[in-house]
Design a protein around this ligand. Structure first.
Ligand SMILES: Cc1cc2nc3c(=O)[nH]c(=O)nc-3n(C[C@H](O)[C@H](O)[C@H](O)COP(=O)(O)OP(=O)(O)OC[C@H]3O[C@@H](n4cnc5c(N)ncnc54)[C@H](O)[C@@H]3O)c2cc1C
Length: 385
């Protein structure tokens, strides 16, 4: 599926791969063990333009098309899934919404910093009682003169403790509609709460946010009041393609480790790769990864308006890509651990980390069950929960 890449797309991917091979991949085990990334990594990525891939050049970004962005994300995830998650949230939902709905003043204020990596974007939708059912969120604002005063708790916010710009969703008090807001984490009333100890993606910052009587001026409103839920759903469609690319990068890394190990490890006098049971596992990995990548690229084309008219809608294509790629990542990493045998179960080898990382892709930006609901609604009809 990559034969159709332009020269520019191939060159950008090669640049990303070189950087990841030198600066990210060798450090992934250390970052996982200490549960934090090198704080400089996002500014280094910013220097290469990789924090502003989708931001127009007029704001300091690279202005890349969606497919090129996904190619780079796959490389980042091949090196370290926590880095890829940070970039995917920053560049997917956050900069997408700011570009689409921000005023000129808001774009001028935030986009250059986001493009350079000086500001890291976070997306605060989920709450303790509102995950898949995000519309049930209870973080609320009320008017107090010229200000809106915000109170509530957000859960599992990636980059939320490092963020330079948080897109946050809250409803008007007493059951009003949901709106989107742009928050600077330095604002009074913004408190970073518990840092989660996650199963995988250990180096990624997943935090709780407490908003205590936080006062926002009108300049914080993103887009139209009351349209926030629609914006969140649009942002997630783009975000899901980023997670699909992340999942493919994780799966590819697991496949390559398993393939190399199967060629080296000798049992019963032969390399593991000679046994048909192992060959078929590796063949199935290659098959599923290539299929997931092809579907993700088709979904990206659909999202950019170049869809086959008989294909599902772009949003459903994105859900299919995310579902297929994330399940491919979990399956592939699990089989990679199996091929490594006892060594695969040990922290000394990379495949157990990849399995832990892969599991997250089936959960965030909409779980696999929610992806199936989205697909079913269009494929079967609107009925059903
Ligand atoms: C590492 C990580 C990073 C995250 N980062 C962010 C972030 O940056 N910003 C953010 O806002 N959120 C983030 N999240 C939250 C994530 O989006 C939610 O966890 C996810 O949407 C699921 O919500 P939940 O955990 O409340 O599960 P629930 O919604 O309680 O679901 C529990 C289970 O029930 C299933 N289920 C729920 N409803 C249905 C239904 N109608 N039909 C069938 N099955 C159903 C789910 O699929 C799941 O299996 C992150 C989560 C993780 C793990």
């Amino acid at each position: 599926m990559t034969s159709g890449l332009t020269q520019e797309q191939s060159e950008i991917r090669a640049l990303a791969r070189d950087f990841v091979r030198g600066e990210i991949r060798p450090r992934a085990p250390e970052w996982d063990a200490r549960r934090s990334l090198d704080p400089q990594i996002f500014s280094k990525l910013g220097e290469l333009g990789f924090m502003g891939m989708r931001i127009p050049e007029s704001y300091g970004g690279l202005g890349l098309d969606l497919l090129t962005y996904l190619l780079v994300l796959e490389e980042l995830a091949w090196g370290d899934a926590s880095v890829a998650l940070g970039v995917a949230i920053h560049s997917g939902p956050v900069t997408f919404l700011l570009q689409r709905y921000g005023t000129e003043e808001q774009k001028g204020r935030y986009l250059p910093g986001l493009a350079s990596g000086e500001l890291l974007g976070a997306f605060a939708l989920s709450e303790p009682e509102a995950g898949s059912d995000a519309q049930a969120l209870s973080t609320a604002w009320r008017r107090d003169g010229p200000q809106r005063v915000l109170t509530g708790t957000k859960k599992w916010v990636t980059n939320g403790g490092l963020g330079g710009l948080v897109v946050l969703f809250a409803r008007e008090a007493d059951g009003g509609k949901i709106s989107a807001f742009l928050l600077d984490p330095k604002i009074h009333g913004y408190q970073v709460g518990k840092r989660e100890i996650t199963m995988g993606l250990a180096a990624s910052e997943t935090v709780e946010l407490h908003l205590d009587q936080l006062e926002m001026g009108d300049g914080a409103l993103l887009g139209a009041e009351g349209e926030g839920f629609v914006y969140a759903m649009e942002a997630m469609e783009v975000g899901r393609l980023g997670i699909a690319a992340q999942a493919i990068g994780i799966a590819r890394a697991a496949f390559e480790h398993a393939r190399d190990y199967a060629n080296e490890r000798v049992q019963f006098g032969r390399p593991l790769a000679d046994f048909q049971a192992i060959r078929f596992k590796l063949a199935e990995m290659a098959n599923r990864i290539t299929g997931a990548r092809a579907l993700t690229f088709s979904a990206a084309e659909a999202m950019e308006g170049r869809a086959d008219p008989e294909a599902p809608s772009p949003g459903v294509m994105a859900a299919m890509a995310k579902l297929t790629a994330s399940e491919t990542a979990v399956w592939t990493t699990d089989e990679a651990v199996q091929i490594f045998g006892g060594y695969g179960y040990m922290r000394d080898y990379p495949v157990e980390r990849l399995l832990r990382d892969a599991k997250g892709t089936e959960i965030y930006e909409g779980t696999s069950e929610i992806m199936r609901l989205v697909i079913a609604r269009e494929a079967i009809g609107q009925t059903g929960a």
